[in-house]
Design a protein around this ligand. Structure first.
Ligand SMILES: Cc1ncc(COP(=O)(O)O)c(C=O)c1O
Length: 509
């Protein structure tokens, strides 16, 4: 081992040794002790010098390779990647002079990022260790070799092969009468949301959004110039009657909604409200921007078709993403809807981004054509089903006396009400110090005007052992409430909880 390496494996006992080793190596890279290109000790050497099992070192190396910190060179060894993420590189010389003008205010939410040594209990992150990287690599290489056309200015709407595959996916999996001519491939659904707002409102207009809701969408709409009006949600999803009242008073350009698994609560929009919403949009002439971000992960009950499946009046723009089923770093999303809207969004897209990554789009269409994509989704569905079981067991065992929740039928997260005496913000900070991340409810509310006693926990990125470890940390991190943290004194009435162990209690949103 390089003499200057100081690998420190201390940390919360509940954090798996592999994670501690990962964190320690990342810190060495960040402090410059391990420079890009530096060779790491062999797994055998390192396991001997640290007194840990060799599998622990191998697992840590694998994770760091997946994260882009390390790379292997065949028959030579493991090295610090020469392309470590830019945000990890040591800061360069500072700029000579500060900006001379004052920039206008820009109130946007933070853009978060998970570090490799952290255990994220976050709903939106798929497990990338299972990502079929070798298959994508092969398909990408084949795409790059196949046609010079891919290096040229291409179709701003997205490569026709991927559009065809995505349209077929929408037809087969979601029952939408989709066609490639009415589908736009975007860089993640985030770009689709921004383009939709721009296309719909021109210079200004009103977009109704769910409260609680998805702040990244709100930011996209605001930057596009929209005025946002929050509409409440309850156990049946968006309160359509409240939207109808708003539509009487204000001319709406659109409503943004997540009807399948409402974000952040995961409740599903009720059948009657679906019809009401479609009729309301047709009558009042506004567009429903339907964000169906994790459709494939519905675990109980019948699959619920999207609003787009019943769109007889041309009022639904259906937005989707590969971020959950595949990987967020690919930045591939899509929008499907009425032709005029898609054409306008395509024209706007060409202005800000010209086109997507054509080679990647072709590689992905190969994976979809070969069935690799579908196989991956099925694999992940099985993996998440098993994790979900452990997740709910842990939730009940470790936090059963401080949280109430509805065991969501779909989605990769749970929305929980936390006993009033627990300071959720402090709890999250204490957990973060121990490298476990969860979301505080207030971040999903306008002006943080609610959600103080709610939290959102997700499980997709972590395997069963990591879920167990993360929940032990959550338990340990609970701040001492004034009084006691026992269930009665912390404010959760156990008698109101489900009779069967492991089955959650009804909870008011
Ligand atoms: C509600 C919602 N929509 C969309 C996305 C996906 O965004 P993107 O496709 O830009 O990665 C997420 C990811 O967290 C989400 O939570």
């Amino acid at each position: 081992m390089s003499p200057q390496l100081a690998l420190d494996l201390s940390g919360p006992a509940a954090l798996p040794l592999t994670k501690r080793l990962v964190g320690s190596i990342v810190r060495e890279i960040q402090r410059g002790a391990l420079a890009p290109g530096a060779e790491l000790p062999s797994s055998r050497e390192l396991s001997r010098s640290l007194g840990v099992h060799r599998n622990t070192v191998l697992a840590a190396y694998r994770e760091l390779i997946a994260q882009g910190y390390l790379e292997t060179v065949k028959a030579r060894g493991t090295f610090v990647s020469r392309k470590i993420p830019a945000s990890e590189a040591s800061p360069g010389p500072s700029c000579v002079a500060p900006l001379a003008i004052e920039l206008p205010p820009l109130a946007l939410g933070p853009v978060g990022r998970v570090h490799p040594e952290e255990l994220p209990l976050l709903g939106g992150l798929p497990d990338l260790r299972q990502f079929p990287a070798a298959e994508l690599h092969r398909a990408y290489r084949a795409a790059l070799r196949s046609a010079h056309e891919l290096f040229d200015y291409g179709d701003a709407q997205g490569h026709i092969r991927l559009r065809k595959e995505l349209a077929a996916h929408l037809r087969n999996q979601r029952g939408v009468a989709a066609h490639e001519s009415r589908l736009l491939v975007t860089r993640g659904s985030q770009q689709a949301l921004f383009l939709a707002a721009r296309a719909l409102i021109g210079k200004r207009g009103v977009i109704a959004v769910e409260q609680a809701g998805y702040p990244a969408a709100w930011d996209a709409f605001r930057v596009a110039g929209a005025e946002l009006v929050p509409i409440p949600i309850d156990k049946g999803g968006l309160v359509v009657s409240a939207l109808a009242r708003l539509a009487k008073r204000r001319k709406l350009a659109a409503v943004y909604t997540t009807p399948h698994h409402q974000y952040p609560t995961t409740v599903t929009l009720s059948g009657p409200r679906r019809l009401e919403l479609l009729e309301l949009a047709a009558r009042e002439r506004f567009v429903i921007v339907e964000d169906d971000y994790d459709h494939e992960f519905h675990f109980e009950g019948n699959p619920v078709f999207p609003l787009a499946q019943k769109d007889e009046h041309g009022v639904v723009l259906h937005v989707g993403t590969l971020s959950k089923v595949f990987a967020p770093g690919l930045r591939v999303g899509y929008a499907h809807g009425p032709r005029e809207l898609i054409e306008r969004m395509t024209a706007l897209r060409a202005v800000v981004d010209r086109q997507g990554d054509a080679a990647l789009e072709v590689a992905l269409s190969s994976l979809m054509e070969e069935g690799e994509f579908g196989a991956h989704v099925r694999r992940m569905f099985r993996a998440y089903t098993a994790r979900r079981k452990v997740f709910f067991e842990c939730l009940e065992r470790e936090l059963g006396d401080v949280v109430e929740y509805e065991p969501a039928r779909g989605g990769l997260a749970v929305w929980a009400r936390v006993a009033p005496r627990v300071d959720v913000q402090r709890w999250a900070l204490r957990a973060r110090e121990r490298k476990v991340i969860f979301q505080v409810g207030s971040q999903f509310f306008f002006d943080r005007a609610g959600g103080d006693h709610h939290a959102r926990f997700g499980y997709a990125r972590l395997n069963e052992a990591e879920i167990e470890a993360a929940f032990r940390v959550l338990r340990l991190s609970l701040p001492k409430s004034r009084g006691s943290s026992s269930c009665h004194e912390a404010g959760v009435d156990r008698s109101a909880r489900g009779a069967r162990k492991g089955i959650a209690k009804k909870v008011d949103l």
